[in-house]
Design a protein around this ligand. Structure first.
Ligand code: C2E
Ligand code: MG
Ligand code: MG
Length: 748
């Protein structure tokens, strides 16, 4: 449909261009035809532009203005040729046309500048162009005062050279130009040459039969041809302006300016300034060369800056840091802080890189503020920042930065809490940067291993601890990859859950341990961080789930009752869309009821709004696998989770239970009241004293877990003490999540 007219309009443009060339050749040979041809070309050109505007409907007003400009010049030519003289109305019309040309050119350059944003070197280009224009003006004024009295030459020639320079700048700053833009540019150049050639003879229009009339015919028809071509729509519009060349190419594009001194000499010569001071032309060359050098050094400076700065945060990058380090005076006390943002990867994974970037920018601001003026903040990449600071101020910087993280960062309405692990290392005499960074890295790693959100100062002993961590880290990979029996094995302990009202054991929580060949039985705190940093969370959960379900089936086969066991899940498992299928398949493969399994999730995992976890947990819940919300009351508490996930029980964190000892009952009372309204049960973790139990009962809490009742037990001990001797009836009481109490499985 559209290819037909587009092709024919393109054809019309090329046809007119061909006609232009042919006419030029004919006019070169037949001077008597030149005046008629000029007027005809003017009429044709205006017609072609109007036709082009009607066909292509460009947004820019430049095209109608061009038509007006050519119309003015054509009428002026008619007047001159009719009278054989140049009179005032004809000159006024030419001035009018020239004003339009200047306006269109300036507007095109300014709009392009606005749409692409000014580069740091743009002002230099402006100065360059203005200087060239001025130089020519000065030359001609000089010529003027020497002899001739023709003002036309002075003003027109200056304006023309300035316009020409702007066109050069316009052309070199564009990467891609359609045929129409190229034709417009070429036509503009020809127009300027025509104008100049008349102006330097002290006239505004060519006289009949003059050679320069050929130029008038050529540029007018070229404008017309450009207007017919479909690419005319963005010859003055954003389509081409947005595609600017790189500054380096634009710089090269200033090369045509080397012609300016010769041009100056020519103009001066033609305007009859024989007495021009001899230094004028080399002077013009020197000024241009100087300005070009300045322009080049400016471009170089900006590329040096980019090489040493991080594009996102504008802080120094690794190279910038190395330079700053080299430049610190020898013998000065210097410390390096290496800062790693603790939850950054999670934020990036959950909320996307835009949010991650916005978070980094806000953290950058806080870091720069904490660093103050005496240090240098840098970003090494990812979520790793570095600060170089005087040794005496390093601890202060770390403290101020960590304190600033107490306030959450708000990005697009999301409230993000982050912590940071900071490693501080002091430089000794002649210590290379690489070694200082390694020390800080070790300290940072130690800070992270200690739970993050803290700063640690490097000391040599740390290397050993960190090395141990590295060994454990590689062993845990082997352990979960099942490829080396020498790294020990996972062991599950079971801690009973108790009905506080009756003292009855109603279920248990599976708690993982690592039976390590060298270090003995390791608690989760000693290795879960390593599991996480090796991205093995889901593997660990899968291993625990498998062991627990196998164990439940074994107990059942021994004739013991099935009491529900709750298993802790990490965020990675919950984000896996296949989790529900896997869990339900495993349960049914072993012939276990879904009520035998409960899952514990925590709010610390900051599950995102569109997480697959929401669906996964809904499916599991509908199938009868109930969900507990673990570590409730540790600061992250929000009602949002309770709305989004099918939670059946809140597990009140041990720290909340401990706070009862100092008389702080308000939090427990409030949670208890809220749970009652939402029809949720509460289980209190970490009950160690009868006092705590009694207080909890008084506050309406019915379930508990803690050393008061039992420590985590081996499977054998659990079977003995909780599930009881095999003759115990197969229907044990269970923890009745509100829905569990109503489901048939729970009363089994
Ligand atoms: P959690 O899920 O909140 O588990 C409760 C922790 O409190 C357990 O520590 C338990 O031994 C401890 N605890 C229970 N009663 C008392 C008490 O009266 N006093 C004191 N001081 N502590 C008590 P544990 O076994 O060291 O587990 C720590 C955390 O490790 C767990 O917190 C859980 O977040 C994580 N975890 C444990 N096992 C697994 C697992 O299999 N998978 C995953 N993903 N995480 C696990
Ligand atoms: Mg738990
Ligand atoms: Mg807990």
């Amino acid at each position: 449909m559209t290819s037909g007219p587009v092709a024919s309009r393109t054809g019309a443009a090329w046809l007119l261009l061909a006609l232009t060339l042919a006419t030029a050749v004919v006019l070169a040979l037949q001077p008597q035809l030149r005046s008629v041809a000029t007027v005809t070309a003017g009429v044709l050109s205006v017609g072609a532009i109007l036709l082009g505007v009607a066909w292509h409907r460009p947004k820019a007003l430049a095209w109608p203005f061009l038509a007006l400009m050519i119309a003015a010049w054509t009428v002026s030519a008619v007047l001159v040729y009719a009278q054989g003289r140049i009179e005032t109305p004809a000159v006024a019309l030419v001035w009018f046309g020239q004003a339009i040309a200047a306006a269109v050119t300036v507007h095109a350059v300014v709009t392009g500048e606005k749409q692409t944003g000014r580069s740091s070197t743009a002002w230099l280009d402006g100065v360059l162009i203005a200087t060239v224009g001025l130089l020519v003006g000065v030359q001609i004024v000089a010529a003027e005062t020497i002899g001739s009295t023709n003002w036309t030459t002075v003003v027109v020639a200056s304006v023309d050279v300035a316009l020409m320079s702007m066109l050069v700048r316009f052309a070199v700053s564009r990467r891609v130009m359609g045929p129409a833009s190229l034709l417009v540019l070429a036509a503009a150049f020809v127009a300027i040459v025509y104008d100049l050639s008349s102006a330097v003879q002290g006239r505004r229009v060519a006289l009949p039969g003059e050679t320069s009339q050929i130029l008038a015919v050529v540029f007018m028809l070229m404008f017309g041809a450009a207007a017919l071509h479909p690419s005319m729509v963005d010859a003055f519009g954003s389509g081409t302006f947005a595609r600017r060349r790189r500054p380096s190419t634009a710089l090269l594009g200033l090369l045509p300016l080397v012609l300016v001194p010769s041009g100056v000499a020519w103009v001066a010569d033609a305007s009859g300034a024989e007495n021009l001071p001899p230094w004028m032309v080399p002077g013009a060359g020197a000024v241009i060369a100087g300005l070009c050098l300045l322009r080049g050094s400016d471009a170089l400076r900006s590329s040096e800056y980019l090489a040493e700065h991080d594009p996102l945060t504008d802080l120094a990058n690794r190279r910038g840091l190395a330079r700053a380090f080299e430049e610190t005076p020898a013998g000065r006390d210097l410390s390096l802080l290496l800062i790693d943002i603790d939850e950054f990867k999670q934020v990036n994974d959950t909320h996307g890189h835009d949010v991650g970037d916005a978070l980094l920018l806000q953290l950058r601001d806080r870091l720069v503020r904490a660093t103050g003026s005496s240090g240098l903040a840098a970003r090494l990449g990812g979520d790793e920042f570095v600060v170089l600071a005087p040794a005496s101020e390093a601890a202060g910087v770390a403290e101020r930065f960590l304190n600033s993280l107490q306030d959450p960062v708000v990005v697009e309405g999301l409230v993000l809490r982050t912590g940071a692990s900071v490693g501080i290392a002091e430089a000794s005499e002649d210590m290379p940067l690489a070694e200082l960074l390694t020390h800080a890295d070790v300290a940072m790693y130690a800070a992270k291993a200690a739970g993050g959100s803290r700063a640690m100062v490097f000391h040599p002993q740390m290397r050993i601890e960190v090395a141990r961590c590295f060994t454990l880290s590689s062993q845990i990979r082997q352990l979960l990859g099942n490829d080396n029996p020498d790294v020990g094995r996972l062991e599950i302990k079971y801690q009973p859950l108790v009905d506080l009202r009756t003292g009855e054991m109603v279920g248990g929580e599976a708690l993982v341990r690592w039976q390590h060949p060298d270090h003995g039985l390791l608690a989760p705190d000693a290795f879960l961080g390593l599991v996480n940093s090796n991205n093995l969370d889901a593997e660990l959960d899968a291993a625990v789930l498998h062991d627990v379900l196998t164990q439940l089936a074994r107990w059942r086969d021994q004739g013991l009752p099935i009491l529900p066991i709750s298993v802790n899940l990490t965020r990675d498992s919950l984000e896996d869309p296949r989790l529900a299928d896997r869990v339900l398949a495993a349960l049914s493969a072993l012939g276990l009821p879904t009520s035998a399994l409960r899952l514990e999730i925590t709010e610390h995992d900051q599950l995102s709004a569109e997480t697959p976890a929401q669906h996964t947990l809904a499916v599991l819940d509908a199938a009868g696998v109930l969900v507990y919300l673990d570590d409730y009351g540790t600061g992250y508490t929000s009602l949002d989770y309770l709305h989004r996930f099918p939670v059946h029980m809140l597990k009140l964190d041990r720290s909340v239970v401990t706070s009862l000892d100092s008389g702080q009952v308000q939090l427990v009372a409030a949670v208890s009241a809220m749970a009652a309204t939402l029809d949720l049960e509460i289980l209190a973790e970490g009950i160690e004293t009868p006092d705590q139990r009694d207080q909890l009962l008084e506050l309406g809490i019915h379930y508990g877990q803690g050393y008061l009742f039992s420590r985590p037990l081996t499977a054998g001990q659990y079977a003995q003490t909780v599930l009881g001797p095999a003759e115990r009836p197969g229907e044990g009481p269970t923890v009745p999540g509100p829905r569990a109490a109503r489901t048939p499985e729970s009363s089994h």
